[in-house]
Design a protein around this ligand. Structure first.
Ligand SMILES: [Zn+2]
Ligand SMILES: [Zn+2]
Length: 353
């Protein structure tokens, strides 16, 4: 049972190992395996990971369709995929395969399984008109939620994990978010929703993004090229330093100024990837007994929480999306995402129809 799918589809692929090697191609519409569903993709969001895959600075196994952030509609069900029906509006977790028996899987940390095959990284992803998704990864979104906002579920689930599970941010905390890119702005919204007072730092190139951060709930924004971040943090915290730093830029200078801005015993959560080895002044971590944490994955808890947040409409997610391109315009789209032109860059694939 299902809505009739077409035979061929457009897809953005990495066709060969190495740098670049992206192309928009015509591929046969895939058949769902028995535990999968076929989804007609509405929107796909470009993530830093996709840019790293383009430059070959993040593990990837071509040939594959890229992309892992999306929203879409179920069109066809595999033999055992009985929990959903054609027409369901869905988003999905990105673990297309995990072993299920290692220590990490048993603890529910599928994203960290050594055998994991991630969507659009080691298996075919979602920057295509149709995508095959493992049924157990799917989440249904409310009818009142726009497909566009829903396509932010995956990055929001990372941020919910970073803000709530890794950093335990709660009302009364003073939080510094470094780097107002899409992940940084999602972190601003989520930390503000938790009741934290949020300071956001960026550079002159971030002028518009810093303005948007204020609209999204930041208490104060700092252009580090024009203002003294440490003096402002001291002023806002009575000289103690912030309780939590959410480092979302992946830039070395922001990492060290974040460490300087943090209070003794503070939590520093590294969300941005640098794409290279970076030098951290580890003595400063010791002197302040800083809890320096990495954050990359998601959990089932953060996904469930994310779906509830999206359905509640409590975050103005739509404000984050600045550009929409077709799959044919992938070069321009990647350029916008890479050069931080605007905010979140989307592929409009099937759209809301
Ligand atoms: Zn992502
Ligand atoms: Zn495992």
């Amino acid at each position: 049972m299902g809505i009739k799918a077409e035979v061929m589809m457009k897809a953005l692929m990495k066709y060969e190992k190495g740098k670049h090697n992206f192309a928009c191609r015509e591929l046969p519409v895939p058949e769902p395996g028995k535990d999968d569903v076929l989804v007609k993709v509405a929107y796909g969001g470009i993530c830093g990971t996709d840019i790293h895959i383009y430059h070959d600075t993040y593990p990837n196994e071509p040939p594959m369709v890229i992309g892992h952030e999306f929203s879409g509609t179920v069109v066809k069900l595999g033999e055992n995929a009985g929990r959903f029906k054609a027409g369901d509006r869905v988003v999905a977790e990105t673990n297309q395969y995990y072993c299920g028996v290692c220590e990490l899987c048993k603890a529910g940390r599928f994203c960290l399984c050594n055998q994991r095959l991630a969507l659009g990284q080691k298996t075919d992803g979602v920057f295509a008109e149709y995508a095959v998704i493992k049924e157990s990864n799917l989440h249904v979104i409310g009818d009142h939620v726009s497909m566009k906002e829903a396509a932010l579920a995956e990055p929001l689930s990372c941020v919910v994990h970073g803000v709530m599970e890794r950093s335990n941010i709660e009302a009364g905390d003073i939080v510094l978010v470094t780097g107002p890119g899409p992940i940084g702005l999602l972190a601003v919204m989520t930390a503000a929703m938790q009741g934290a007072k949020v300071i956001v730092s960026g550079t002159s190139a971030d002028a518009d993004r810093l303005k948007l951060a204020e609209e999204l709930g930041a208490f104060r924004t700092v252009n580090v090229m024009q203002e003294d971040l440490q003096a402002i943090v001291a002023e806002e915290t009575g000289g103690k330093g912030v309780d939590v730093v959410l480092e979302c830029s992946g830039v070395g200078a922001a990492i060290s100024s974040g460490i300087d801005a943090l209070k003794k015993l503070g939590i520093f959560t590294q969300i941005g990837l640098t794409g290279k080895s970076s030098q951290i002044e580890t003595d400063k971590l010791c002197f302040k007994e800083i809890d320096y944490k990495g954050c990359l994955s998601k959990t089932n808890w953060s996904w469930n929480r994310t779906i509830r947040i999206i359905n509640s409409g409590s975050l103005p997610l739509g404000k984050l999306i600045s550009h929409e391109f077709s799959l044919d315009q992938w070069e321009e789209a990647m350029k916008h995402a890479e050069e931080n032109i605007g905010n979140k860059v989307f592929f409009r694939i099937g759209g809301d129809a």
